[in-house]
Design a protein around this ligand. Structure first.
Ligand SMILES: Cc1cc2nc3c(=O)[nH]c(=O)nc-3n(C[C@H](O)[C@H](O)[C@H](O)COP(=O)(O)OP(=O)(O)OC[C@H]3O[C@@H](n4cnc5c(N)ncnc54)[C@H](O)[C@@H]3O)c2cc1C
Length: 377
């Protein structure tokens, strides 16, 4: 039993991974006592677009705000346009997603949330962990899941992007087709592509995305670049930029070393896929697995991995190829999208592949190049 100042599980951070875990625990037959400590009021952070390939029910279907059955990749003078109604590319609004999670969590009286609770100190003591917030609240937990952003640690690559929600005068976008990568603006000092997610014929999220190697300076994102892109690629006049969102995601974060009762969680635990920057469905599946394990054993599952060893190994080889041959990446992505059956591609990109999907991906890519980087470090 727990007293008010004591819980079985504390979750630091009420963002995607913190609330996904709390929600999965709320859905178990006998939810444990849980406290979520969030530095800001939960759900108050700026809204984001989170996208993924819908290959299972990791994200409840009623939280999806839009789906694109067709995708496009533009590279080396070609446009590849897979069509995959079975596993469409899908989008959720972070704010709506988190408020739906909060509603589910509210069904479990043993799960509480502290807003404005910035955790400042953590101290392991016997079979528990003491936490203190900036405003002096104290709590003891048997286990802590810590989803604060990973501390600055060296990563081989970063994915840095700026998304502009644009409205155009002319109806130029196709709301059925997401342009996942358009490499025509390839730049120096990193790999650059534009990403266009149409909401309707004249509104889209246009993201200027860079994959930047360690040590390279961060790109800047003048809105004029987005304007020029809308004009040249889409042949449209920009009416307005309604919103801007930015991201800087680590790619290839080293696996955290887990000791004691305080476990990293979410991005801090390697949820962001090293080769792509996607994390949403990985976090959802990891939360469900963790809650199922807790239900069976009343202990967290360890070690924490978001993908099996062979996928981590493949991602590592991919990052090495990218480091040695950044100029070849547009052609490699084009080959992968052109030669892999779309359903296999979607499951692979969603970190949810079948063995045959992996074989198809390997067949689509130049074997010699990848084999060389299996051996070369
Ligand atoms: C702009 C953007 C777009 C993205 N788009 C996608 C996408 O399309 N698809 C995809 O799969 N992934 C996407 N990602 C990557 C990933 O899904 C998100 O970063 C996701 O939010 C990671 O979840 P998290 O719980 O690890 O971190 P967060 O959601 O950032 O949650 C961490 C929480 O910890 C809180 N916190 C921090 N310090 C403390 C403290 N001391 N005490 C208490 N609380 C604290 C923060 O306030 C925050 O709420 C995107 C990321 C960004 C930034």
């Amino acid at each position: 039993m727990s007293s008010p100042g004591q819980v079985e599980i504390a979750i630091i951070g009420g963002g995607l991974s913190g609330l996904s875990l709390a929600e999965a625990l709320a859905e178990t037959a006998a939810p444990p006592s849980v406290l979520v400590l969030e530095a800001a009021p939960v759900g108050s952070l700026p809204d984001h677009t989170w996208c993924f390939w819908e290959t299972d029910d990791a994200v409840p279907r009623d939280r999806v705000s839009q789906r694109w059955p067709r995708w496009q990749v533009g590279a080396v003078g070609k446009q590849i346009r897979p069509h995959c109604p079975r596993h469409p590319y899908a989008r959720v609004s972070a704010r709506l997603f988190l408020s739906a999670a909060l509603e589910q969590i509210g069904q479990a009286p043993s799960i509480r949330i502290w807003n404005d609770a910035r955790v400042e100190t953590l101290r392991e003591d016997g079979d528990g962990v003491w936490m203190e917030t900036a405003d002096g609240r104290r709590v003891n937990a048997r286990w802590v899941f810590d989803s604060r952003p990973p501390r600055a640690s060296p990563v081989p690559w970063r994915q840095i992007f700026c998304g502009f929600t644009v409205r155009t005068r002319e109806p130029v976008f196709d709301p059925e087709e997401a342009v996942l990568m358009d490499f025509r603006e390839a730049g120096k000092g990193g790999i650059r592509f534009f990403y266009t997610l149409p909401t309707n014929h004249s509104t889209a999220l246009v993201e200027d995305t860079w994959l930047v190697p360690a040590g390279a300076p961060a790109p800047s994102f003048p809105p004029d670049d987005a304007r020029r892109y809308v004009e040249t690629r889409w042949g449209a006049t920009l009416r307005e930029i309604a919103e801007v969102e930015r991201g800087d995601l680590p790619m290839g974060l080293p696996a955290p070393c887990v000791k004691g009762r305080c476990l990293p969680w979410g991005s801090a635990a390697g949820a962001i896929r090293p080769s792509s920057g996607y994390a949403l469905t990985r976090i959802r599946r990891a939360s469900r697995r963790m809650a199922e394990h807790w239900e069976r054993t009343r202990r967290p599952a360890m070690p924490l991995h978001h993908s099996p060893w062979w996928m981590r190994w493949m991602d590592g080889v991919f990052l090495r190829v990218m480091a040695r041959h950044p100029e070849r990446m547009p052609a490699l992505f084009a080959a992968m999208f052109a030669r892999t059956p779309p359903e296999s591609l979607a499951r692979f990109l969603d970190s949810n592949p079948r063995p045959t999907d992996v074989l198809r991906i390997m067949r689509a890519l130049p074997t010699g190049l990848f084999l060389k980087h299996v051996l070369v470090r």
